[in-house]
Design a protein around this ligand. Structure first.
Ligand code: ZN
Length: 371
């Protein structure tokens, strides 16, 4: 019964690992009737292959008693220790080890090797296995089941106005352009060119405002001005980085669906070091029709290897929301300061509407805690 009591404490530690998206393994070290070390697997969160539950607990126990020898202790761990942790147990001279469930792929306390009873070492440990074994095994099984389910779910983000505060960039490029030609930007200019392609916009601008440069020169000037602004000044919205990293850590698929091109969005993603979080980039380079058509979302889902019905799309414009719905996806409207005039359309078309990513991050983490 005493074993079960401490194994429950180890399971509490395992649950902490699970909350952080880690493989749920927990450990406690007991001396007399006192818990002197606790630990749980933190390999991903610490980006450290050594951060296993047993190592964390041994570290804490040694700190607590000011000794590297844990000679009167019992180590409780939910899963059979791996070669590294078995080695650490021997090094720390821990005399008793109690574990929950076997680990057929890496266990060195009976499954693959039996290092703790090998008399060729100068230390051995007494082992008890199977304490709350079914419970410990179920925790692992549930975790991997959910993990596999998450791998089949995808989150697709639009770039401009949804995750990036960049809706101003083209307005700035336009007003800089007119300023450079000694003109004020016409008040209806933005609205007029909003539905035009880059090329159409350049032709329209050249003809309507008698610009001397060629259409190609106009386009090149706009392009360079925008690249400059993206590289230097565009910021991601609050909590976007945290949310995308969270999704990736939880092994969801993450995609970008944008009419924009890599020379604009990549410098921004790189600046925030989240490029690696994306499994797919469905962008302007693919030459797909604009977002009045669902193709770009469907392509992104295909690139992520996720079925459209398992995809959630974040968008700040009504056409995007509608097309994502047409593609059979869940569509979430995102507030953007620069597109206030479109909010009603976004709200009406979307499954949900959010003002920022903080609430998404919080709702996801709360949801996981319930389980
Ligand atoms: Zn280990």
């Amino acid at each position: 019964m005493e074993h079960e009591y401490y194994m429950r404490l180890a399971l509490e530690q395992a649950n902490k690992a699970k909350q952080l998206g880690e493989i749920p393994i927990g450990c406690v070290i007991v001396r007399g009737d006192e818990v002197i070390g606790r630990g749980y697997n933190l390999r991903m969160n610490k980006n450290n292959a050594l951060a296993h539950a047993e190592i964390m607990a041994i570290n804490e126990a040694c700190d607590n008693i000011g000794d590297w020898r844990l000679e009167e202790c019992t180590l409780y761990v939910t899963v059979e220790p791996c070669p590294m942790c078995t080695g650490a147990i021997l090094q720390a001279r821990i005399p008793r080890v109690v574990y929950g469930t076997h680990n057929k792929k890496a266990g060195c306390v009976g499954s693959i090797y039996d290092l703790l009873s090998d008399k060729r070492f100068n230390h051995t440990a007494e082992v008890t296995s199977g304490v709350l074994g079914e419970k410990c095994a179920a925790v692992m099984k549930d975790f991997f089941k959910e993990f596999r389910k998450r791998e089949k779910q995808g989150f697709i983000f639009d770039f401009d106005g949804t995750i990036a505060d960049s809706s101003y960039v083209w307005e700035k490029v336009d007003s800089d352009f007119f300023k450079a030609h000694g003109m004020e930007i016409p008040s209806d200019y933005g609205e007029k060119i909003s539905t035009m392609s880059f090329y159409e916009g350049a032709v329209f601008t050249k003809n309507t405002y008698n610009i001397e440069e060629s259409v190609e020169e106009i386009m090149a000037g706009w392009h360079d001005g925008a690249v400059h602004e993206y590289e230097r000044n565009v910021k991601l919205k609050p909590y976007v980085v945290e949310y995308i990293r969270f999704l990736k850590r939880k092994s969801f698929k993450v995609g970008l669906a944008t009419a924009s091109n890599p020379e604009f969005y990549l410098p921004v993603l790189k600046k925030y070091a989240i490029t690696e979080c994306f499994d797919a980039f469905a962008d302007g380079k693919l030459g797909l029709p604009n977002k009045e058509n669902p193709d770009i979302y469907l392509k992104c889902a295909e690139m992520m290897g996720v079925e459209p019905k398992n995809c959630t799309v974040y968008e700040d414009i009504p056409q995007g929301i509608k097309s994502a719905k047409t593609a059979g996806m869940t569509a979430i409207g995102v507030f953007d300061e620069r597109s206030v005039h479109r909010h009603d359309g976004v709200k009406a078309a979307a499954d949900r509407y959010i003002t920022g990513f903080k609430e998404e991050l919080e709702s996801m983490t709360d949801h996981r805690k319930d389980k």
